[in-house]
Write a protein that binds this ligand. Structure first.
Ligand code: MN
Length: 318
């Protein structure tokens, strides 16, 4: 995925100390991706009030009746992309030689480190739906510039309890742990709760968490949550009671509050204005840093113009 919406002065990703459980409902905003014939994505992070949840710094949900995703090669630095299709398949090609079709139930996780480029195209009949999630995870300073690599998991562990089954994408839920590589204390799971079920989910009190419903409706932390918004839950919870009368599919995300100030601009995560400028320049001049994605001729997504002001981290609003 690529950010085509990058507002010229936007930069973000800063945390303030979290002092306990909270509930804050944050509406997603609709962002066109890939031009006028492209798809609409629902973006839940970053938000003005909440740049990150743990190291999760970017949450997109794509939900389209037509499979016409066509995202040409574009670069990333300082982050991991986590791609999780729900319906329809996506062909992922990247500059470390990957060329895979990612299907529902399979996880793609791409660690950009110092620099990678990739493309994402929907596969198959254009009139079939394409739904799924793409999230970004910020890398901490000490591993922000690792060599890029790509992982694909066709089988993932499932946390099961009476009335609920949760596929663990990254990190762990209870004692069920994903093998996907992560660089900070983090978790993400895709859960299905049965109609009429009420389940306590085990949380890590050192993590902050958020929940997003994919389908159905979920009663959680005093909210009746349906598809759309992100419910931020704060930190310090040992368990989270979830219940549903009609059944629901939902995403639970959590992580240790990310203690570094970050700047996010376009598809780059960095720590200084100059670092972002250097990454942009390297992409624009076709530097080896971002390699080459086979199969697109010379087609690629150019970087948007830099803002005229220096990029600075955005502070989380109390
Ligand atoms: Mn991307």
């Amino acid at each position: 995925m690529t950010r085509l919406d990058a507002p010229v002065t936007e930069s973000n990703c800063h945390r303030v100390d979290q002092d306990g459980p909270a509930t804050r409902l944050l509406e997603a905003r609709e962002v066109p991706l890939g031009g006028i014939r492209g798809i609409l994505v629902h973006r839940s992070l970053p938000q003005r009030e909440l740049p990150m949840v743990g190291a999760w710094c970017f949450l997109d949900r794509f939900d389209d009746e037509r499979s016409h995703m066509r995202v040409l090669p574009h670069p990333h630095t300082g982050l991991q992309t986590v791609t999780w299709p729900i319906e329809g398949s996506i062909r992922h090609r990247d500059s470390v030689g990957s060329d895979v079709a990612v299907q529902p139930g399979e996880l793609n996780i791409m660690t950009s480190g110092y620099g990678i480029s990739h493309s994402e195209f929907s596969i198959g009949d254009v009139d079939s739906p394409l739904r799924g999630l793409q999230f970004w995870v910020a890398l901490p300073q000490e591993t922000a510039a690792v060599d890029p690599f790509f992982e694909r998991y066709t089988e993932l562990p499932v946390y099961e309890t009476d009335g609920l089954a949760a596929t663990v994408l990254v990190g762990k839920l209870g004692d069920v742990e994903s093998e996907a590589t992560i660089f900070t204390p983090l978790m993400g799971a895709d859960a299905v709760i049965d109609a009429g079920a009420q389940v306590p989910l085990p949380l890590d009190p050192a993590f902050e968490y958020a929940v997003m419903v994919v389908s159905g409706s979920l009663d959680v932390a005093g909210h009746h949550l349906t598809s759309g918004p992100l419910l931020y839950l704060g930190i310090g919870r040992e368990t989270l009671d979830v219940a549903s009368t009609e059944g629901a599919r939902f995403i639970l995300l959590g992580g240790a509050p990310f203690g570094e100030e970050l700047i996010m601009w376009w598809n780059f995560v960095g720590r200084s204005h100059d670092e972002i400028v250097a990454a942009r320049d390297d992409w624009e001049r076709g530097s080896d840093r971002f390699g080459h994605v086979d199969g697109h001729g010379g087609e690629r997504i150019p970087a948007p113009p830099l803002p005229t002001v220096r990029l600075t981290p955005r502070r989380r609003r109390p």
